[in-house]
Design a protein around this ligand. Structure first.
Ligand code: NAP
Length: 352
């Protein structure tokens, strides 16, 4: 997967993977910048978007020389592209991911893997039929140094068995196009994957609660939202999702175990003591809070692609399991009550 042609990365020409990016909005541009300046081993050879002017502008500014095909399907088929990054809207992911599997090209797909668990099953079936895994899903929290340290502490042996977890996902504000359901499909989905990974178990049931409404919430918005997740092994997790935290982007997690408690630390930044107070910074938003996680995530993905190996990160099964949690959480949010999470049998392709 090397190419000695156009170079826009500044990385050496050996061992460089030619990447095509579908969707050049906020995170698409972020990932192109990351792959051209921060993470070695990639060359952006092609970009596209439903808005081709936006794609051309992003190519001109971040990946000069990259081609701009008219559609994502053309990009996937292009001989200039060895692997694909999908960062378009979630509802478009399924077809692009299926196109990559059919073309035999590795694909990094931002979450969600698809907009329904049924569509995710179609992707599982395509990979099973192909006989190998091509898909990695962008659940970057698994690569976050703080979450990795929390997981290591929980499973290190000195704290005893984990019993429950308190988690919070506080956004300063949400983009104008967000709908109420996107608090689940776009925000809480990160916790669904993170908690499955943290405890190496499936989520068995979800109950949604909507406490006193934030007066700043848009009509129909569940803000705040509390989700209680029951794992198959009995661990219970409460997740607070706040859409209008205002003060910053605050991600919190505390795991209570039989012999102790482990929590994400307050801040990775500097501690300032001044005027009788001790102050810690709070990240402004997700690109700042998870910058290191995204970098490590892409290093890992590129290593597997360059080696011609299956990806080692979150796979299509993880994307499907998170989608099944979304289904259950939305039913509970709209209809009330405790809703079981139902999963199809896990194909052997995805066994750990
Ligand atoms: P965005 O800024 O709206 O960008 C999406 C881009 O895709 C837009 O330029 C959009 O064009 C384009 N697009 C829409 N339909 C398309 C199609 N059929 N083919 C090609 N391009 C198409 O959204 P975003 O915030 O970057 O989010 C993109 C994806 O990344 C979402 O799935 C989101 O959940 C995910 N994401 C993940 C994280 C994370 O923490 N891992 C963070 C942010 C976003 P129009 O605007 O003209 O429709």
């Amino acid at each position: 997967m090397t190419n000695t042609g156009v170079t826009n990365t500044g990385v050496t020409d050996t061992g460089v993977t030619n990447i095509g990016v579908i969707g050049t909005g906020v995170i698409g541009a972020e990932h192109i910048r990351r792959l051209t300046t921060a993470v070695p081993g990639a060359r952006i050879t092609s970009v596209t978007d439903v808005d081709l002017d936006r794609a051309r502008a992003v190519a001109d500014s971040l990946a000069p020389g990259a081609s701009v095909p008219a559609t994502g399907a053309e990009l996937i088929e292009s001989p200039e592209v060895d692997a694909v990054v999908v960062t378009s809207w979630g509802s478009t992911h399924r077809d692009y991911v299926l196109g990559c599997i059919a073309a035999g090209k590795p694909v990094f797909c931002e979450k969600p893997l698809a907009s329904s668990s049924t569509d995710c099953i179609t992707i599982l079936e395509a990979e099973v039929a192909a006989g190998r895994r091509y898909v990695q899903v962008g659940f970057m929290r698994r690569y976050d140094p703080a979450y990795l340290a929390l997981r290591a502490a929980v499973h290190g042996g000195s704290l005893g068995a984990p019993l429950l977890m308190h988690a919070a996902h506080r956004n300063p504000a949400l983009p104008a196009h967000f709908t109420g359901d996107m608090v689940v499909t776009d925000s809480a989905v990160h916790e669904f994957d993170l908690i499955r990974w943290m405890f190496a178990d499936e989520i068995a049931a979800i109950t949604a609660y909507t406490p006193r409404r934030n007066s700043r919430a848009k009509d129909g918005f569940p803000d705040p939202l509390v989700l209680v997740l029951e794992l198959a092994n009995g661990v219970l997790v409460d997740v607070e999702v706040l859409a209008n935290a205002r003060y910053g982007y605050d991600i919190r997690g505390e795991v209570v175990c039989e012999d102790g408690v482990a929590a994400l630390s307050e801040s990775a930044g500097v501690v300032v003591r001044s005027a009788g107070t001790v102050a810690l910074g709070v990240p402004t938003d997700w690109p700042e809070r998870f910058a290191a996680a995204f970098d490590i995530e892409f290093r890992s993905w590129l290593a597997s692609v360059a080696g011609g190996e299956e990806p080692t990160g979150p796979d299509a099964w993880d994307g499907y399991a998170a989608a099944a949690c979304i289904d259950a959480a939305l039913v509970s949010l709209h209809d009330g009550g405790r809703v079981p999470v139902t999963l199809v049998d896990r194909p052997s392709l995805y066994r750990p």
